[in-house]
Structure formats: C-alpha cells, structure tokens
Design a protein around this ligand. Structure first.
Ligand code: TIU
Length: 222
C-alpha cells in the first residue's frame, strides 16, 4: 500500500484513497446566491463565492482519484414539520418556508435549496438532506461512511463557522480524521472564517487539519 499524505497544519495527514471521502457541505443557491436564506439573514453572499472555484478543483481531482463524494443540503420538508420552532423564528423573523426569488427558502425541492450548478453531483454521488447545521444530526451520513469503510474526510463548503465546523466537530467525535482546505470553505464573516479554521487545527489538531486546495490536489495526485 503506497502511503499518501496531505500537506496540512498542524502536521501532514496520512490517508488512503479507499478510506477517504470528500464531503461538500451545503453548496446550495440559498447560501451562495442572492435571494436565498443567507441573504435573508442579512448577509452579503458575494463573500462566500470565493470558495466555488477551489471547490471545483478539489471535486474534479477527488472524482479522478476515485474518492467517495458526498454532498449535503440544509433544508426542510414542505410542511416544515422537521424544522424546530426555535429555528423557524430565529431573530424574531420567519424566513424558512417563505417565498423568495428562488422559491420557498430552505425548503426541499425549491430552486434555492438546490446545489449550485458548478458543483452539481454526478450519478452515484449520495446527497444527504439535513435539517440541522451538522451533517450527522438526523441523517444517515455516518451509516453511509461506515458502510464504505471511510476514515478520513475532506470537508468543503459553507459556511465555515456554521455548518462546516459543526460537521467537523460531529465527525471528529465519531472517529473520523477531518481535513479542511481553507480556500474551499466560505463565511459571511472573514474574522469568523479565520477563527474557525484556527480552532480546528489548534492543540495538535484538536478537531482536525487545515490545508488548501492546492495541497489537496497535490496529495491526491501524489
Ligand atoms: N447562516 C449561516 O452562516 N449558515 C447556515 O445557516 N447554514 C450553513 O452554514 N450551511
């Protein structure tokens, strides 16, 4: 078995392609395009769009290397029965389920809930629908990863300090080694982006490793 590794901080991460998955978190129109949930919350979505191109690069290389690729989407049933009331009216306002330019915000089946065309899944790539911020909460993600013998996760997507970090923490507690390419994750708050990435790799990779798209591509080719 050829030992491979990703250049990363706080130290290189050894991995095997057969036990590594790329998890693309919530690259949905609702978070990266105008008129969706992200914008309804008062955010400037142009800030997270920088992650799209690096994600495309990593996704293409992961597919070439034969990695399992999993996409997630945050969203709810049409009747919102799976949306906690506290999430529905967060900040005293209701956005989820209301009509926006891309259909009902964060409701499964609406245009805004869909994944962006640049990173659209291809046949055979599982899409995991999640009602929360973490991708493991009330989903079958752990089961899919366990059945595929996955130990290492490359985690990309949006937003860094919300769904990406929540997922990395959930994954770390379940025994996965997570590596986050810093340019493949995006936040509406640059200072949160920086702090979230610093927290992941602190204390000898307390939650995981931080890298970048070039290092992931090099590592996958290596
Ligand atoms: N608001 C925000 O930054 N993020 C979310 O609500 N969801 C995800 O990060 N996917």
């Amino acid at each position: 078995m050829v030992k491979k590794e990703f250049r990363a901080e706080p130290f290189p991460l050894a991995y095997e392609a057969k036990s590594t998955a790329l998890v693309m978190i919530d690259m949905q129109r609702d978070f990266v395009e105008p008129g969706g949930f992200g914008e309804a919350l008062g955010n400037d979505v142009s800030l997270v769009r920088s992650a799209i191109k690096p994600c495309e690069k990593v996704l293409a290389e992961a597919r070439k290397a034969g990695l399992l690729v999993i996409h997630t989407r945050e969203g709810h049933r049409a009747d919102l029965a799976d949306c906690p009331p506290a999430k529905l009216t967060r900040g005293g306002k209701t956005f989820i389920g209301t009509n926006g330019p891309m259909g009902r915000i964060l409701v499964r089946g609406s245009k805004g809930h869909d994944l962006i065309p640049e990173l659209y899944p291809i046949a055979g790539e599982p899409v995991v629908d999640k009602p929360g911020k973490g991708a493991f909460y009330q989903t079958d993600l752990h089961l899919l990863l366990q059945n595929a013998g996955i130990k290492t996760l490359i985690v990309c997507g949006v937003t860094t300090e919300v769904c990406v970090t929540t997922t990395v923490r959930e994954a770390n507690d379940r025994g996965y080694e997570c590596i986050v390419p810093s340019d493949c994750v995006g936040s509406y708050f640059p200072e949160f982006q920086q702090a979230a990435l610093a927290m992941i790799k602190a204390q000898g990779a307390i939650f995981g490793w931080v890298s970048d798209s070039n290092a992931i591509v090099e590592g996958l080719k290596g």
